[in-house]
Design a protein around this ligand. Structure first.
Ligand SMILES: [Zn+2]
Ligand SMILES: [Zn+2]
Length: 921
């Protein structure tokens, strides 16, 4: 219905077992390159619901509640100097069980002060927090930069976590502030900052609270406690051991599960990642080879996205999806499986017909290749965007089969989607293509913008400004909608669209094309013209034929180049311009050539005259080529026009969509003719406005036109003068040497500038200007020069600013001018010209009468004309002209028409009234 080719017979489904197997194969490639790894990610987590919450769920209304929590200050004694202890603050004592390290700001100033509760001992804390925590009378023993503390080892409050190389030491962190607490932050695997340092410095990550919110079995006397209940036991325990400096309760706002109201934990969960951040340079390189439309996306939106690339979070806790093909034993040895065959080998069972979805895949286990213990699949499925990006491979079940098809089609020539896909499909395709094949999966990408209403507002039901596409298709057709979308503006900009715009594109382009086409069909069938039976070398055809074919070829070249760059807007607009040229210049100028005048020449009866054949053939070539050019834009109209134009050629393809793309014919290239014709049209447009200005009727012939063009262009205009004369209805066109031949100037002083300069003498200046040759002065001040005039015996210099120059046409002429181009029409009317004017108005009136009487275009008529005054003389003088124009076999002037039957009309020409009557002869 909208002219969209889609191969539903060979559709791919991301849930097909073969598709999934290809995805597994890709993941195995990444696994082998150490690009697929498990890592921690901190997520808001409800331990009661045992589920992580998305970041927006965390902000649901009512999620934040004011609660009372302990606020505790704990001593972390330094290992090398047990008399000094770091003072650490936390509001979640349960996290101390999993303490990894302590963080300081490297540029913050810390101090060592006497411990107010323990003689001979010292505390270390931020200088800015001393007064708030310990009061004013504190003796500062030493001042330290935070950086000096980094690396010091300390004794953690609990010994449940093995420290490894970096654990239980002071680390630097730019997130540490001195706004509250002690300026020293306790790090545990329950926060973004904590995990950032842990990853950076290799801290020990040990979860001391399990996924149900209870303290792990390794948690000594706290094991099995609900994490919030453990707070009090932990505080008491530290107090007994003298580790606690102070414990208070404080109120603060804390996020809770919106489902069940349980306080959330910022839980470091293990997730599977693809290490795309390690491939940044390769992703950049792939992007360099992609042609983006619009080009700004490449280094803008998409480039930024690549520059800020973070690892691709792959695993999802869902049931439905492509299962992550990783199996693991209790010792955490992981095995990545890249195919069903590999799975069969590992299990010793035949899994070639496996449906790889859950729950089936979860039932498959095998002995761990590393240790022989039972390996079970990790329960995750993968991000659906990975499925989408795997499409170039997985749609072919590559590399298990169809390797030829894959190699032929990878990478894709082009993809097109909404601009929001920079982080979606555009990225997933580019990233997977780069990781597997070392290049993007597509060469060109066209980003599409959103459609908005004519006022630029988003379409929405509540505003009532939604355009129903089915209604548009019904009322205007798919081609009109397509044309508007393709040529109305850049496809990647947010586009305003309304039914009026679609109507406009229908009128401006499609109806013009259609009318031109039906003009050809009407006359060609009238004359029985068969394009496939005629061959006329271009060189033998008339000027306007050669011109339109040269324009056609130029159009083919430009449209081809535009479409090669995926710029449909520019290409479409070029076609539109050509169709306008074809209709409003070529056909209009050639109209009478299509009336087969040749057939009336002696010995040629019944045959189509040579010039008529040229016109038919040329217009046919233009239309059939335009049909092919417009086929991708307006497929339905194009096909209709093409198949009908080709109906007499049995060798032609059945559809325009099965033809090749048009090629320009370099032999008929004629740029000087094109330039000349452009000049003609410019001059003609000026001539029309000169005629309108003078209020002279279009059909009133004029004696002559004087034309001025720059000397470089005059040569191109010379041979086309008859065209200008005919188009402007003047008897002759003369090329004048310069504008001064067309105009008169009157030059007065500009009193604003010359008054102050000359005072009373300005009158002398005015007199000098009146005496000088106006054309010489105008030429001199043109382009910023100065003119010299003699005032009272001295020469003075005057610039254009000093002058008030008025231009007027010469008396008896009507002038129109645009920059260096100008035309003047001689308005003097002789009796002959007036007579011809009357005759031409009568022709127009009779043509109207023919049409309203329902005559066919080739019907011959008998005509009677009666009039008073000087009209009969004028009609008599132009009897031949009238007869041939209106296809009259007889013209009776002065005698009344037989009563009854004939159609009649009154034709008014200024003060003359002509009565016309006609009947089919
Ligand atoms: Zn919950
Ligand atoms: Zn194992």
């Amino acid at each position: 219905r909208i002219g969209f080719w889609v191969d539903t017979d060979d559709a791919y489904w991301t849930m097909d077992p073969d598709y999934i197997e290809s995805v597994w194969w890709i993941l195995k490639q990444l696994w082998d390159k150490h690009l697929l790894e498990e890592d921690f990610k901190v997520v808001p987590y409800c331990p009661r619901c045992e589920t992580s919450l998305s970041s927006h769920e965390q902000h649901y209304a009512g999620s934040y509640q004011t609660v009372t929590d302990p606020s505790v200050y704990v001593r972390f004694p330094l290992r090398d100097d047990p008399t000094s202890a770091l003072l650490v603050w936390t509001t979640t004592p349960w996290t101390l069980l999993a303490n990894m390290a302590a963080a300081v700001g490297e540029d913050i100033t810390y101090v060592r002060v006497a411990d107010p509760e323990d003689d001979g001992k010292f505390l270390i804390l931020a200088q800015e927090r001393v007064e708030a925590l310990l009061g004013e009378d504190v003796e500062i023993v030493q001042e330290l930069r935070g950086g000096e503390l980094v690396g010091l080892a300390y004794e953690p409050p609990f010994g449940f976590v093995e420290p490894g190389d970096a654990g239980h030491t002071v680390r630097g962190g730019d997130f540490v502030s001195t706004e509250d607490g002690s300026g020293i932050v306790h790090l545990a695997p329950y926060g973004e900052d904590d995990m950032m340092v842990a990853r950076r410095d290799g801290l020990p990550i040990t979860q001391m609270v399990d996924s149900t919110g209870h303290v792990a079995s390794s948690g000594g006397r706290f094991a099995g406690m609900w994490f919030k209940d453990a707070d009090k036991a932990i505080v008491d325990d530290m107090d007994e051991r003298g580790v606690l400096l102070r414990s208070e309760l404080f109120e603060h706002s804390y996020p809770h599960c919106w489902r069940c109201g349980t306080p959330l934990i910022y839980y470091a969960r293990r997730d599977w990642y693809i290490r795309t951040s390690q491939l940044r340079d390769r992703l950049f390189a792939s992007n360099e080879n992609v042609n983006w439309q619009p080009p700004t996306i490449k280094h803008g939106r998409f480039g930024d996205w690549l520059a800020n690339n973070v690892d691709w979070s792959l695993s999802r806790d869902r049931y439905w999806g492509t299962p992550l093909p990783i199996w693991r034993c209790e010792d955490r040895h992981a095995t990545c499986v890249g195919s069903r065959a590999e799975l069969s080998e590992l299990t010793g069972e035949d899994h070639s017909a496996l449906d790889p979805h859950r729950p089936f895949v979860d039932r498959i286990t095998f002995d761990c290749p590393d240790c022989g213990k039972l390996a079970t699949r990790v329960t995750s499925v993968i991000d659906v965007w990975f499925d989408s990006g795997a499409m170039p491979f997985a749609q072919w079940h590559y590399p298990f089969e169809n390797n030829d098809a894959f190699e032929r089609r990878f990478p894709a020539d082009f993809i097109s989607e909404g601009i929001d896909q920079t982080r979606g499909w555009f990225y997933s395709l580019l990233a997977i293509g780069t990781m597997i094949e070392g290049r993007s999966s597509f060469d060109n990408v066209v980003c599409l913008g959103l459609l908005v209403d004519p006022e630029g507002r988003k379409m929405s039901k509540s505003l009532g400004n939604v355009i129903d596409p089915w209604m548009v298709l019904e009322d205007y057709g798919a081609d009109a909608m397509r044309w508007q979308l393709l040529t109305g503006g850049s496809p990647w900009q947010a586009r305003r669209i309304g039914t009026q715009m679609i109507q406009e594109s229908l009128r401006k382009y499609l109806l013009t094309l259609w009318n031109t086409y039906s003009f050809w069909v009407t006359y060609a069938s009238l004359e029985g013209f068969d394009p496939s039976a005629v061959e006329i070398p271009v060189g033998e055809r008339s000027e306007i034929d050669r011109w339109v074919l040269a324009e056609l070829d130029d159009t083919v070249r430009e449209v081809t180049a535009s479409l090669d760059r995926f710029d449909a807007t520019r290409g479409g607009r070029r076609i539109e311009r050509f169709v306008d040229d074809l209709s409003n210049w070529y056909v209009r100028r050639s109209r009478r050539r299509f009336w087969n005048t040749g057939a009336q020449e002696p010995g040629q009866e019944g045959r189509i005259g040579f010039d008529t054949q040229c016109a038919f053939l040329t217009l046919w070539e233009c239309l059939s080529t335009v049909a092919r050019l417009t086929a991708p834009f307006t497929p339905f109209v194009a096909d209709e026009i093409y198949t009908n134009l080709m109906s007499s050629d049995p060798t032609a393809p059945d559809s325009v969509h099965l033809t090749g793309w048009p090629q320009p014919d370099d032999a008929r290239r004629d740029d000087s003719l094109r330039t000349g014709m452009q000049l003609v049209r410019k001059v003609v447009a000026l001539g029309r406005s000169a005629r309108t200005e003078a209020k002279v009727r279009v059909r009133q012939p004029l004696q002559r036109a004087l034309v001025v063009v720059p000397s470089t262009e005059a040569g191109g205009l010379e041979p086309l003068r008859p065209l200008v004369a005919d188009e402007l209805n003047v008897k002759s066109v003369e090329i004048a040497a310069g504008l001064e031949e067309l105009v008169d100037y009157s030059i007065k002083p500009n009193f604003k500038t010359l008054g102050p300069r000359f005072g009373r003498d300005v009158k002398e200046v005015a007199k000098a200007l009146a005496d000088a040759d106006a054309h010489t002065i105008v030429r001199a001040v043109e382009d910023g020069g100065t003119a010299t005039v003699a005032v009272g015996g001295t020469d003075v210099e005057l610039s254009a600013h000093d002058l008030d120059i008025r231009v007027s046409g010469r008396p008896g002429f009507s002038l129109a001018q645009d920059g260096p181009h100008g035309i003047a029409l001689d308005l003097e009317l002789t009796d002959e010209l007036v007579a011809e004017g009357i005759a031409r108005e009568v022709v127009r009136g009779v043509q109207d009468l023919r049409k309203s009487s329902g005559l066919e275009v080739d019907d011959r008529i008998e005509l009677w004309l009666t009039a008073g005054g000087r009209a009969p003389e004028a009609l008599e003088a132009h009897r031949e002209l009238i007869a041939s124009e209106v296809l009259a076999t007889s013209v009776t002037i002065g005698a009344p028409a037989p009563s009854g039957e004939p159609a009649r009309a009154t034709i008014e020409v200024e003060d003359v009234t002509v009565e016309a009557a006609l009947r089919k002869s």
